[in-house]
Design a protein around this ligand. Structure first.
Ligand code: B12
Length: 397
């Protein structure tokens, strides 16, 4: 079995027309394509960086506000300059792109432009027929080569082979790996992006990798949309890779462990791994996979009894109650604290409002993750501990 075709889609800088690309993304997914969506109002440099890191076969741009001749050509030019000329550039913009414009754009290396009236099916077929070829190996040590190695690992799993990965040297640097999990809608992606912002300020020469997951069925398409939320993470010091679960239940993909092993030994200071939104029974990180586990919860989990059923509350080193600006937050913090006390382990609770700029709870979480050298709880003998905010402290914020 072959891996699905992967493309990146985006809307250029100063352009908020995203309704066309949203429709096209959904049609691509329906046709078995994995779509990494970067969002609207995006710079050329962000598009090229994302295309390289995600190792997509092509970049699809939807442009309505003019400037398309220069913008598309610049994406082609920068891709070539970075050694990624095998990534094709295509797109559309309804009646704002004329036949004469397209002639010029093609001369500058754009592969294809679709005019108003083209059916969604025709465009999806074009992508599958033209961008589905197996990619050649890339040598070197940079992001370009790393991204291709990750693709090779994913492809090996899809075709049922175990990937050939080299065992890292004993004393080679290994990144701190932090696993983030929790139910859908708890705010994991926004929280990670805020932590990345703090990392970029705090560690001016450090590098961090993100491995982010979205759900998909075997052989089907997927919308890999975390980049559209992770605005701060679109930075040269951040390597981000979006993965579809490709049929595996539990929050991760069959290839996650091997990809993580590679990333952890690729010179990054940290690797943040984000699962898809998980259910009560999920325990996505086996002990050797991550150094610390962060469970991100929404205060609206229902009745208190529900907490007894969430397995990750027994396992996570840090429990984040996000969205503590919601009415139920104070009660949720008390209930979760009591639930953790039963475990008699060294677990921490942090209250955050990740969507709020400069949130103190996110600052505290960043400190916990980076400065304390980990909070790994090793035995049942430790007492439950709430180092960070109490419900009362949250109220006073
Ligand atoms: C919907 C729309 C809006 C909505 C946008 C909603 C949203 N979130 O996207 C609203 C009302 C908000 C809006 C606002 C504005 N709009 Co407006 N808008 C349109 C409109 C009516 C439709 C565009 C669209 O979505 N088409 C649907 C797509 C699916 O079909 P299509 O365009 O025919 O595209 C085909 C192919 O090109 C292909 N395609 C398109 N993109 C891609 C990408 C890929 C990867 C692929 C493979 C294919 C592909 O798919 C289709 C296949 O049939 C057009 C007019 C028009 N009829 O085109 C104006 C239009 C684009 N808007 C225009 C303008 C001026 C504006 C505003 C600046 C108005 C203002 N003064 O405030 C603002 C700017 C908004 C912003 N922030 O950037 C102008 C642009 C003029 C120009 N560039 O010279 C247009 C052309 C209207 C006009 N005739 O004046 N707009």
């Amino acid at each position: 079995m072959r891996s699905p075709v992967r493309v990146l889609t985006a809307v250029p800088i100063c352009d908020g027309h995203d309704s066309a690309i949203n429709t096209i993304n959904l049609e691509f997914i329906r046709h078995g394509i994995e779509v990494v969506y970067l969002g609207f109002h995006r710079y050329v440099s962000d598009i090229v960086r994302a295309a390289i890191q995600e190792d997509v076969a092509a970049v699809g741009i939807s442009s309505y506000n003019g400037g398309h001749i220069e913008f598309f050509a610049e994406v082609v030019r920068v891709l070539r300059r970075k050694g990624a000329s095998d990534i094709a550039v295509f797109g559309g913009g309804g009646g704002t792109i004329t036949q004469a414009d397209v002639k010029l754009m093609k001369r500058r290396g754009v592969d294809q432009i679709f005019f108003a009236g083209t059916s969604l099916e025709q465009m999806a077929d074009y992508v599958r027929d033209h961008y589905g070829k197996r990619r050649a190996k890339r040598s070197g040590n940079g992001d370009l080569a790393l991204a291709r190695k990750l693709t090779e690992i994913e492809e090996a799993f899809t075709s049922g082979k175990k990937p050939q990965t080299r065992t890292p040297a004993r004393n080679s640097h290994r990144a701190q790996v932090i696993g983030f999990t929790g139910p859908g809608g708890a705010g994991k992606t926004t929280l990670i992006d805020e932590l990345v912002l703090r990392f970029l300020h705090d560690q001016p020469s450090g590098r961090l990798a993100i491995l982010s997951h979205d759900p998909s069925v075997v052989g089907e398409g997927a919308l890999l949309g975390d980049r559209a939320t992770m605005i701060n993470s679109q930075d040269d010091r951040i390597f981000m890779r979006s993965m579809a679960t490709r049929g595996q239940a539990g929050g991760l993909s069959p290839a996650t462990e091997s990809c993580l092993e590679l990333l952890a030994h690729s010179g990054f200071d940290y690797v943040f791994i984000e699962t898809v939104g998980t259910g009560q029974e999920a325990m996505p990180f086996r002990s050797k996979l991550v150094d610390q586990t962060v469970l991100v919860m929404n205060p609206d989990y229902g009745a208190r009894l529900q907490l007894q059923k969430i397995v990750m509350l027994d396992v996570a080193e840090i429990v984040v109650v996000n969205k503590t600006d919601l009415d139920r937050a104070k009660a949720a913090l008390l209930e979760i604290e009591q639930r953790l006390t039963q475990n008699k382990r060294k677990q921490q609770i942090v209250a955050t409002v990740a969507k709020r700029h400069r949130d103190r709870g996110v600052d505290e979480l960043y400190e916990l993750i980076t400065k304390n050298g980990g909070t790994r709880a090793s035995g049942a003998s430790r007492t439950a501990q709430r180092a960070v905010p109490t419900a009362a402290k949250v109220k006073s914020r």
